[in-house]
Design a protein. Structure first.
Length: 376
């Protein structure tokens, strides 16, 4: 990665030599080049929102930036990249999207996220700290920046324009104006329809950026209709929990179950905890932000429920699903089960057979399959 401050070699987390996706792209380089060419003063509070893998804050570490991210993996990648370049971790302040932002922001750098809702939520949280002198620059690939993106900057912060494209990347320039910050619509809640099992009529709470925040997606709806029954004292994991509706449904069906909700998204785990509490579930639950099932003792789990993502930002990949399935195999006790919902075309049954030695089709429709694999 070429920057005005030298060459960097940032990596993703976890680092996989077989992974061909880079930890930066042309939009990161474009933003850093702009800062240097325009002589943007970086002596005040520099906030970097949405840094994908820590490449931006690693490049700007000498200016002691604040990173705000929704991703646990991004935080871990940032720590790894700082160490990789012999930079003390303490030079960068690592905040999550759930943490209070700095009271004053002098330079706001925004790597445009895939979720427009998450961008809205974070700009609204940061707006009170932005002043007339704040330099606001966004960046992203051309395909990631839309008219709706620019309108969001303009509505919340002030007049907005874009740069010419370079290497299919574009910058966003926003001039803050003094105004009252609009009210935030997040988190958003809705009531589940009847006919979807134990969760029928329940409440779902979504923080911004969580998948399908304003309605129950069709895949989860199908999964809820085909969840396994469990006996008393079962240890259940809602892996990649999102808003937690699947784990909450299991807890409602079996109040004696112990449910672990885990996701790498801080917004998701906050949503899962809010959903669980909104439904008054009497059972025991744990909410954990982390890398899949890392840290869960081997052989300590009876049931894992999983709707794995098949995108990493803009890239389509099965790497996350493979790691989730592998983690489930390690965490499950002998006889424990992994239940997976996925699109038919993803071929998860092949991966499950390779890992577990078995895969059973539980239910299917024209688009989705529910699969079960048992640890031998």
């Amino acid at each position: 990665m070429t920057t005005p401050w030298g060459e960097l070699a940032p990596i993703r987390f976890p680092d996989d030599p077989r992974e061909q996706l880079r930890a930066w792209d042309a939009s990161d380089e474009y933003l850093l080049r702009h800062l240097a060419e325009q002589g943007v003063p970086l002596s005040g509070t520099v906030v970097v929102l949405g840094d994908r893998w820590g490449a931006l804050v690693t490049a700007l570490a000498a200016h002691r930036p604040v990173q705000i991210t929704d991703s646990y993996l991004t935080q871990e990648a940032t720590r790894a990249n700082l160490a990789r370049h012999d930079i003390e971790t303490g030079t960068v302040t690592l905040l999550t999207t759930q943490d209070p932002p700095p009271a004053r922001v002098d330079v706001l750098l925004v790597r445009v996220p895939k979720s427009l809702a998450l961008l809205e939520d974070q700009l609204l949280r940061l707006a009170p700290a932005v002043h007339k002198g704040t330099v606001v620059v966004g960046t992203g690939m051309v395909k990631e920046i839309h008219t709706s993106t620019l309108k969001l900057f303009e509505r919340i912060l002030g007049p907005t324009r874009t740069s010419l494209a370079e290497k299919k990347a574009r910058l966003i320039f926003c001039t803050p104006r003094a105004q009252e910050t609009p009210a935030s619509p997040w988190p958003y809640s809705y009531t589940l329809p009847d006919g979807i099992g134990a969760a029928s009529g329940g409440t779902v709470v979504n923080h911004a950026g969580v998948f399908c925040a304003d309605r129950l997606d069709v895949g989860t709806r199908f999964f809820l209709k085909h969840l396994p029954s469990s006996g008393g004292g079962t240890r259940v994991v809602d892996l990649g929990c999102g808003n937690g509706v699947v784990g909450t449904a299991m807890a409602l069906a079996d109040p004696e179950a112990e449910v672990l909700f885990t996701d790498e998204s801080f917004q998701a785990v906050a949503s899962a905890e809010a959903t669980y509490k909104a439904n008054g579930v009497p059972g025991h639950a744990e909410f954990r932000v982390g890398d899949g099932l890392a840290g869960v003792p081997a052989g300590s789990v009876d049931l894992v429920l999983n709707n794995p993502p098949f995108h990493s930002h803009q890239a389509t990949t099965d790497a996350t699903a493979w790691r989730m399935f592998s983690g489930a195999l390690g965490a499950l006790r002998p006889g424990g089960e992994l239940w997976v919902i996925g699109n038919r075309h993803l071929g998860y049954h092949v991966k499950l057979r390779r890992l577990f030695g078995n895969s059973e089709l539980v239910a299917s429709d024209a688009k989705f399959v529910v699969l079960k694999a048992v640890k031998q």
